[in-house]
Design a protein around this ligand. Structure first.
Ligand code: ADP
Ligand code: ZN
Ligand code: ZN
Length: 820
């Protein structure tokens, strides 16, 4: 019987596609393997097989698959189930999930941009086709696969590309700029015959008349630490040697030809095995032990447990003990952290305990590294513990026993764009349940939905109310800045009390954190004469001003221009900085405290992972006195010498027309406040606000989470919000505003005819044009008791009938399920 395969292609197309399977590959292909397929007239993609069968599709001629890339699956059965759940729940395609889940290096396609790796040197002669591609790339080191296809005349290029990727001769170009760490590094050493004192000494004379070679030789001797007593030589990297000697590779080749030096490749593996000595676990305190046993008990009955523990209560310590327990049972652990909280602080802490059993998965790591972790998880020697960010829910697991979601309240667990717009906490709970594994959610400030589930018995609840070593929670001083501003007693954005406390802290060699909410404070420029504000030409937002770069940038599409010298509207030359970004705070603090060492941590100063880690390390080691930052400073960092935390403007967090703004404000302030406090001294938080009468301010001062929760949950019930109702936002996009308007009205009407008053809108969202596309939004609110499946089916049915309408051919429709 003729065989066929169903495959997922990495495209936002609905459903799967069937290709025929040539006989010679029948024995090799199984579900989960990658194959190359032609899709459309010319393009090739890496597809994933989900089923092998003998059902000839009706009504069309099937194409054959073009190549088989794997003989063992890269996608395991449970992962595939998880993908299906995700596509279904979040109303997107399997192709969307595929694209989000696999690192680029595992899903090459015609549009992939590949880059030459100049460090690559082959041990053995390469196959002709591979050599041909490398030759093309050495002339022009960045090319699209399609370009290479044309230039080489090779019809089926993807397998060749795959082979070169496997050899690390090329890599996949990533959108973000990463520092590429080659897996092997070319190094230089003495040839066998040169490894005597005599030979080395003679070489100086022999090279006397070839000055460049002599210079290189002398540099090598210096860098390798050569001495007469024959001690072990240091390894010398080829690149470093050439740079230090200031000569070209040809000079080195000369010495290689003379058999003086030789070049070899040294693995400098990214998955470095930590050779460091492992340490034993810290014993748990009495309170921690109670929480720990509480969690274990709770797991006997429930699959999910919330650990609600105040900041610095030692939740991480409890996680470590739980992980140890799960590993002993031969199972794996996934430990999720928000992107910004996954720092060297936490990785080192875990590495000291779990050593090489721990793998780290971060979206800012180079793609090649993520590919390696993926492959390792499929191998016999997989990591037992994965510490990772949101996307690590997609990694292959076979023995998952526990998932820990730390800082579970963090909104960044939700992926905003592109699809799948999934929430990693909720996805992790689903993933765990597929394995019969447990999930632990940890935080000092639970999400309202989570706490609701815990109080109602859906999740277990374990509370930890004291900080480790009974360090006191900080004292919060309230400052009414409206009153002070009226009396003209504010210096820039600082109250006299805050300045006094900062001064005292500096005098006592203690540290200070100043927190400014990011939202609503995007710095802008404005014309002083006519109030003109620069706008993005593709989106309906004003451009953000980056003083350091003298640039204006759009945060939605990345459009950038330099700051104009004069106002294009009135010609005025006074363009002033509006908004009080962290930059402005930094400038003001530098004037007020010229002797203090000040650092700033925001999106701008932390574009690379290393920059971010450096700011933290500097602060940790007290090379900085004052750290000014946005939400980033609130994330799980553990500093020992911080005695004062200033919250500059609480109101900026509250003035949002969003049903979560109070909850968020409380979480943020409680987390930032949690950074203050030292072993033998209570920390101080100076909370500046224009609205001291607001209940949330009082709740932060008394650290009264239950009260904040009660108020919020009452409101949510009253106004039909989660957790009582589920929200689905339906977005429509089109280039033409009038066509979009028609489509949105029609869609809303269809939806209303089936779902009634659950449908609101269409409306213009706050940012109603992005990348030249206009946007409309329809809100669907569904009561908890209704069948979500029916709603989803109805949504897709309505979408299909709208899309069939000739007028709306280029309309885009997408969904945000459980939006944040
Ligand atoms: P949380 O995650 O609850 O904010 P951490 O786990 O970061 O708190 O703990 C705060 C600090 O207390 C850390 O420096 C940690 O090393 C220390 N600590 C907590 N529990 C213990 C323990 N049982 N033994 C030793 N140190 C501990
Ligand atoms: Zn003007
Ligand atoms: Zn833009």
């Amino acid at each position: 019987m003729k065989k066929y395969v169903d495959v997922i292609v990495p495209l936002p197309v609905v459903g799967q596609y069937t290709y025929s399977l040539p006989e010679e590959w029948e024995s090799r292909v199984q579900p989960g393997c990658r194959v190359i397929v032609q899709f459309g007239s010319k393009k090739f993609y890496t597809a994933i097989v989900t089923r092998v069968h003998e059902e000839k599709p009706e009504g069309y001629e099937t194409k054959a698959i073009s190549e088989v890339l794997d003989t063992t699956p890269v996608l395991l059965k449970r992962q595939y189930d998880f993908w299906q759940w995700m596509a279904d729940y979040y109303l997107c395609t399997l192709g969307d999930v595929y694209k989000a889940a696999l690192p680029s290096g595992l899903k090459i396609e015609s549009e992939t941009l590949v880059v030459y790796n100049p460090e690559f040197e082959s041990e053995i002669p390469l196959p002709l086709k591979e050599q041909q591609i490398l030759d093309l790339l050495s002339n022009d080191p960045e090319q699209y696969v399609t370009q290479l296809e044309k230039a080489s005349g090779i019809k089926l290029l993807l397998p060749v590309i795959k082979s070169l990727l496997d050899k690390q001769a090329i890599r996949v170009k990533e959108e973000l700029k990463h520092h590429y760490k080659p897996r092997t590094e070319a190094r230089v050493r003495l040839t066998e015959q040169m490894r005597t004192e005599e030979a080395v000494r003679l070489q100086f004379d022999k090279l006397a008349r070839v000055p460049k070679q002599l210079a290189l030789w002398m540099k090598y001797i210096e860098l390798s630490g050569w001495t007469q007593d024959g001690t072990e030589l240091k390894e010398v990297s080829k690149k470093a040697l050439l740079q230090a000697a200031g000569v070209s590779p040809a000079v080195l080749n000369g010495l290689v030809d003379k058999q003086v030096l030789e070049v070899y490749n040294q693995e400098i593996g990214r998955l470095t095995e930590t050779s460091r000595q492992l340490v034993a676990l810290n014993p748990l305190s009495e309170a921690q032990l109670r929480a720990y046993t509480g969690i274990l008990n709770c797991f006997c009955e429930k699959s999910v447990c919330l650990l609600h523990g105040v900041t610095a209560s030692g939740k991480t310590e409890i996680y470590i003990h739980l992980i140890e327990q799960v590993l002993k049972a031969g199972k794996q652990v996934l430990y999720l952290l928000p992107e910004i909280a996954l720092t060297t602080q936490i990785t080192e802490r875990l590495q000291r305990v779990f050593g090489s059993r721990l793998g780290i998965y971060h979206s800012k790591f180079p793609d090649a590294e993520r590919v390696e972790i993926w492959k390792k998880q499929l191998s016999e020697h997989d990591y037992d513990v994965i510490l990772g960010v949101r996307s690590s829910v997609f990694l292959p697991f076979r023995r998952l026993g526990l998932v820990i979601v730390d800082e579970e309240h963090e909104a960044t667990y939700k992926q905003q764009d592109p699809a799948p717009r999934y929430h990693a906490r909720n996805a992790a709970i689903m993933l765990a349940s597929m394995f019969g594994a447990k999930t632990l959610l940890g935080t000092a400030t639970p999400a309202i939905e989570t706490y609701y589930n815990a109080l109602n018995g859906k999740y277990g609840l374990v509370e930890l109310k004291e900080r480790h070593q009974n360090i006191l929670l900080p004292h919060v001083e309230l400052v009414d800045i409206k009153e002070l501003a009226r009396k003209k007693r504010m210096t820039a954005q600082f109250s006299p009390l805050l300045l006094q406390k900062v001064r005292e802290a500096l005098e006592q060699k203690e540290q200070v954190i100043l927190f400014q909410n990011r939202r609503g404070f995007a710095p802008m420029i404005e014309c002083r004469t006519c109030a003109w504000v620069p706008k993005c030409k593709n989106c309906d937002v004003s451009l953000t001003y980056h003083k350091g770069l003298n640039q204006l940038t759009c945060h939605y599409c990345g459009y950038t221009e330099t700051v104009p010298k004069s106002c294009p509207a009135c010609g005025g030359t006074e363009l002033v900085n509006r908004g009080f970004g962290t930059e402005k705070i930094e400038d003001d603090m530098k004037v007020l405290f010229p002797e203090a060492r000040i650092a700033r941590m925001d999106l701008d100063t932390t574009r690379t992972r290393t920059a971010y880690e450096k700011i933290i390390a500097d602060f940790e080691e007290q090379r900085t006195d004052i750290l000014i930052g946005t939400q980033m400073v609130s994330k799980g960092l553990d500093f020992d010498k911080v005695s004062v935390v200033g919250i500059l403007n609480a109101d900026s967090m509250l003035n949002y027309p969003d049903f979560r703004s109070y909850e968020r404000a409380f979480q943020l302030m409680a987390q930032v406040a949690g950074r203050a406090g030292r072993k033998n001294k209570q920390g101080l938080v100076v909370l500046q606000t224009k609205s001291p009468e607001l209940p949330v301010i009082h709740e932060v001062m008394t650290n009264d989470y239950p009260r904040m929760y009660q108020e919020q949950i009452d409101e949510r019930e009253l106004f039909h919000y989660p957790p009582f109702y589920r929200l689905v936002y339906v977005y429509l996009k089109h280039r033409k505003e009038d066509v979009l308007g028609q489509a949105a009205d029609l869609m809303a009407a269809y939806l209303r005819s089936g779902l009634g008053s659950r449908v609101l809108g269409p409306d213009k969202p706050p940012v109603s044009r992005i990348q030249t596309l206009f946007i409309r939004k329809i809100i669907v609110k569904v009561e908890q008791t209704a069948s979500m499946k029916k709603v989803r089916d109805y949504l897709t049915q309505v979408q299909r009938s709208i899309m069939e309408d000739e007028r709306f051919r280029s309309l885009t429709v997408y969904y945000d399920v459980d939006p944040m």
